[in-house]
Design a protein around this ligand. Structure first.
Ligand code: SF4
Length: 917
């Protein structure tokens, strides 16, 4: 076997930079020297983009161990740090940065040696994949070539290895059954397992939620159960008991819908208690996401055959390795490591999914192995379908999948139903949306490689053989040229728009900049600007009228084409062979969606200059990040988005359970009823309330720090640093503005790193939030800073999270939509307070996840109104203190051993894949 050459490793944190050269003492380097060494010879490193960010050189490259891991062990989980890799490879994790640097060469050697093992489970495809990567000059190939033996039999091509799905007969409708309480309790006992302590709250919850599965008494009048269950009730198993029982007895499917990926992953684990074998799990449980999450095999094939170049082409090879081993082809939150696209700076990752709706369905050569089609079909025969709120709503709104329409739905994280409905049922005519539509109709207009094709290429048979169809396609292409094209934003900004829609966007931009100032100062410099769509001037009205005409000119041929395609399917002319019929079927589905989109845009434009529709809120916006504009457009949201939610999702269902730990969303039962859409139904919902079993008085404490001056950034940063030091890490820092988060992170990261306290930050570190949470959870001395997504989507039980620090009262952003809803509410100040209480309750909910958790919740705001304190559980002590007192309280809890001093006990964390080897 080829000997492994001596390798040097580069490691950096906010505390310093280290170079480990085999046979030499560990050296510390300056930034310039480190970059020079990295440019000189390929150095071993872990997570090059993160290392590059630490060194201030985004394009840093070398022998990244994470790429090697992704090649050797595709579809396997690992925390993308030296410690994470060490655990995965069965080596002791380092205890300091210096040890981490020294360990990297050992890790590389352990991984290279793995290729010699006969039990390497992912060997198939490695030899062929390496050959492809060698052509792309992947940096690891010289070290792997010669180690990976050529297989005696030619390896199967990825596309012939994937299993085909089977068409299933239509499922009969579920039998009406009423669940018997003893059966529900017995199922709950099975799920919790022998020897588990009986949790009374969980039994009450399970018994009460079973009502959602009772037979429906009247059409369009589902049984709706609203259940608020405090943290620690064990509500997931609580509703899985009646849900699995009903699915078996009735022969139907229960859809469980979540808002966050974290809960989807938890449900994935919990459902295995009832379906422990892989075969049973695959048969009975399906995870469904929006199609834009899944790998499109046709796009991958195109990328592998020259559609991608440079680093994107290397990523495509890794994705091809992964595709052969993945459980379900989910590229976002599935078993493709979240850090993998980030290693390639996201180049190409989104182009491998079906983001633009260009799927050609049965006309695709990979249709029978397509991951999306497999998941869709599997859900039609499954007992439990784990989905998300957006997918449930979009499927219902677009009338997709008539076969598998959900009739029994559990909405977990039900407090997010309102927000999910808000985005699903809103409309936005923006430059980015419009150019997507133009590309869908016209295909690429430059000499780009790739399979992206316009409507005429996708329907080439119709275009060639059917005169009426061909005319409609030609007219649509002609009209689509009036939509924004490449470089639209530059032209709009430079006042040289092309076409009616670009002209409209220019008028929108002028109006926004004219009106979005506040007292001569912008509210949030460099970030999004928006204004009401009201009292607009003649230029904007004229531009909207012309743009509406242009969109109607596109809508008409698309509608004609739809009708023609339906007729062609009926007429079945000679040229209509199987593949052509399949292409037309696929096109019809996509056309319906595009026509709906165009109609919503036209309705929005026709409203410009006319009387306001009280059911909607309309506004104009310029989207910016750090002063850079990236989109311009008009927006329309429902004032109450639960109206369409009730119509298209709730009313057709038979039984719906909406549950959450914070279902009242800072208000009362009426708030929960209003925000779930249940208030729009004929029959009133049932209300269930089960309080948390946690001893908050003993486990938690809220500290309101009163001596920090508002707007004093250095003081804010200093407070964060001191609190994190006092807690020894384990801190989640929550911000309401990205700008302040970045300023605080820049001021404190080095100081904390020197104390051995790693700090990760959303919007700063080049990693997705889920990976950052994994890294935070993995190291009890690490801390994490983030914004809204972390306030509610993070589940870190155990001592990795023992302190939550909020930068201030989380008031709502003063957006047009927020202001309109506030004005429309019975009590505008009560409305605002309720939203803040909901955010505080969600953030507090991150702290105590288990009966043995303990921690503190700190708010850095002297101005915290007492009326908002009802957001916290009634028995949790709340104190207003000076910063020094807060620090003393944090230190004393730390010293008492109530929180620290234990081994990491994150039972939910997946152990390393190689740990038991
Ligand atoms: S069927 Fe559609 S989504 Fe699936 S691989 Fe083919 S083109 Fe992609």
């Amino acid at each position: 076997m080829t000997p492994i050459p001596l390798l040097s490793a580069l490691h950096a944190s906010h505390a310093g930079i280290w170079l480990a050269e085999e046979g030499r003492p560990l050296a510390t380097l300056g930034r310039g020297e480190a970059l020079a060494r990295a440019a000189d010879t390929p150095l071993l490193m872990v997570n090059a983009p993160l290392l590059g960010a630490r060194l201030g050189h985004a394009d840093l490259s070398g022998l990244d161990l994470l790429e090697l891991f992704a090649f050797l062990f595709p579809a396997q989980f690992v925390i993308p740090t030296v410690a994470g890799l060490a655990r995965a490879m069965g080596l002791p994790p380092p205890e300091s940065d210096a040890q981490a640097a020294a360990l990297i060469p050992d890790l590389a050697r352990a991984m290279l040696v793995w290729t010699e093992r006969t039990d390497w489970a992912e060997r198939e495809g490695a030899w062929t994949g390496l050959g492809q990567l060698e052509r792309l000059r992947w940096s690891w190939t010289p070290l792997l070539r010669g180690r990976i033996a050529q297989p005696t039999r030619a390896e199967r091509w990825l596309f012939s290895r994937l299993p085909q799905w089977e068409e299933q007969p239509p499922r009969p409708q579920p039998r009406p059954v009423t669940l018997a309480e003893p059966d529900v309790m017995a199922r709950l006992a099975d799920l919790t397992g022998a020897g588990a302590e009986t949790r009374e709250g969980q039994r009450v919850f399970a018994g009460a939620t079973a009502a959602a599965f009772a037979p429906r008494l009247r059409g369009e009048s589902p049984t709706v159960v609203l259940a608020e269950a405090g943290t620690g009730i064990g509500k997931t198993l609580g509703y899985l008991a009646p849900a699995t029982l009903w699915a078996e007895q009735a022969g139907g499917a229960v859809w469980i819908s979540t808002y966050t990926k974290a809960l989807q992953r938890q449900l994935d684990r919990e459902t295995r208690r009832h379906y422990p074998s892989d075969a049973a799990f695959r048969k009975h449980v399906v995870i469904r996401k929006g199609r834009e999450n899944y790998l499109c095999l046709l796009n991958l094939e195109d990328a592998l055959q020259g559609g991608f170049a440079g680093r994107a082409a290397v990523l495509a090879q890794f994705v091809a390795r992964w595709a052969a081993y993945t459980r379900d082809g989910d590229m976002v939150g599935g078993d493709l490591p979240g850090w993998l696209p980030a290693l390639f700076r996201r180049a190409g990752a989104t182009a491998l999914t079906d983001r633009r709706g260009e799927c050609i369905y049965a006309g695709c050569p990979h249709f029978r192995t397509c991951f999306i089609e497999r998941a869709t079909r599997a859900s039609q025969g499954a007992d439990i379908v784990i989905a998300n709120h957006a997918l449930v709503m979009i499927n219902a709104a677009r009338g997709r999948e008539a076969q598998g329409t959900p009739t029994r739905i559990v909405f977990d994280e039900g407090h997010h139903l309102f927000d999910a409905a808000d985005s699903t049922f809103g409309a936005a005519l923006t430059g980015r949306e419009a150019i997507e539509l133009r590309r869908w109709v016209l295909g690429p207009e430059t000499a780009r490689r790739g399979r992206r094709r316009g409507l005429s290429a996708r329907l080439s048979d119709v275009a060639s053989y059917d005169t009426e169809g061909a005319e409609a396609i030609e007219d649509a292409a002609e009209a689509a040229r009036d939509l924004p094209g490449d470089e639209w934003l530059r032209r709009v900004v430079e006042r040289g728009p092309q076409g009616a829609v670009e002209t409209l966007l220019g008028a929108v931009r002028d109006t926004v900049y004219a009106r979005a100032e506040r007292d001569g100062r912008e509210a949030d410099p460099g970030y999004g600007l928006e204004v009401d769509l009201a009292e607009v001037d003649g230029a904007l009205i004229d531009a909207a009228t012309d743009a509406a005409r242009a969109l109607e000119a596109l809508l008409a041929p698309l509608q004609r084409l739809t009708k023609r395609l339906v007729a062609v399917l009926d007429l079945a002319p000679d040229w209509l062979d199987g593949p052509a019929r399949a292409r037309i079927d696929g096109a019809l589905s996509a056309l319906g969606w595009r026509c709906d989109l165009l109609m919503s845009w036209i309705a929005l434009l026709l409203r410009v200059g006319g009387p306001a529709d009280p059911a909607f809120v309309d506004w104009l916006a310029v989207d910016r990040v750090e002063g850079r504009e990236y989109d311009i457009g008009l927006h329309r949201h429902w004032l109450d988005p639960t109206r369409p939610l009730a119509e298209v999702v709730l009313r057709p269902a038979h039984g719906v359970l909406v549950t959450s730990a914070t279902l009242r969303a800072g208000g009362d039962e009426q708030t929960a009823i209003a925000r779930s859409g249940a208030g729009h139904l004929d029959a009133p919902p049932r209300w269930v309330d089960v309080t948390s079993p946690f001893d908050y008085a003993r486990q938690a404490e809220v500290l309101i720090v009163t001596d920090l001056k508002r707007g004093d950034l250095p003081a804010l940063a200093g407070a964060y640093a001191r609190l994190i030091e006092a807690a020894g890490g384990g801190t989640l820092g929550l911000f309401t503005a990205i700008r302040r988060l970045r300023s605080v992170q820049a001021r404190i990261a080095d100081r904390l790193a020197r104390a051995g306290l790693p700090l990760y930050a959303q919007h700063v570190d080049p990693l997705d939030p889920a990976t950052l949470i994994d890294m935070f959870r993995d190291d009890p001395r690490a801390s994490l800073l983030g914004t809204d997504a972390l306030r509610d989507g993070i589940d870190v039980p155990g001592d990795s999270l023992r302190l939550v620090v909020m930068e201030g009262v989380p008031w709502s952003k003063p957006s047009v939509l927020h202001a309109a809803r506030k004005r429309a509410s019975d009590s505008p100040s009560g409305y605002e307070d309720r939203l803040v209480r909901a955010r505080l309750a969600q953030a507090f909910g991150r702290l105590i996840r288990r009966a043995d958790d303990a921690g503190q919740f700190v708010i850095l705001s002297a101005a915290m109104p007492s009326r908002l304190l009802t957001a916290f559980p009634a028995d949790v002590p709340v104190r207003r203190v000076l910063l020094d007192e807060a620090l003393a309280a944090v230190r004393s809890r730390l010293g008492s051993g109530a929180v620290l001093g234990q081994e990491s006990s994150n039972g939910s964390q997946t152990e390393g894949v190689r740990g038991q080897a």
